[in-house]
Design a protein around this ligand. Structure first.
Ligand SMILES: [Zn+2]
Length: 97
């Protein structure tokens, strides 16, 4: 499962040395790209499309992000952090269309 740099977006394969050393851009945080089965998610009423697994390690619902849904980050069960910036960005993009 690939990891994506949170800063420059470079993709690294699982086990890549860069994941331990840090990205070429100097960033040391990576998204953990993994497709989450949607059916299970809905059972939990999980609104988030990004889950914080560990500090700097995130589980991302790529499908919903691709659909330009607002970014909702869940850190603890039942607590959500919504990225307001992403919502405004989505609205801006829609106006352009
Ligand atoms: Zn990077």
């Amino acid at each position: 499962m690939p990891h994506k740099c949170t800063k420059c977006g470079r993709i690294y394969k699982d086990g890549d040395e860069a994941l331990l050393r840090g990205c070429k851009c100097g960033n040391r945080r990576f998204y953990y790209l993994r497709k989450v089965p949607r059916k299970k998610e809905k059972k939990n009423d999980d609104l988030s499309n990004i889950k914080v697994i560990l500090d700097g390690v995130y589980e991302i619902d790529v499908d919903s992000l691709m659909k330009n849904k607002p970014v909702i980050v869940s850190k603890e069960e039942g607590r959500y952090l919504v990225s307001i910036a992403s919502i405004f960005k989505n609205l801006k993009n829609k106006r352009k269309d």
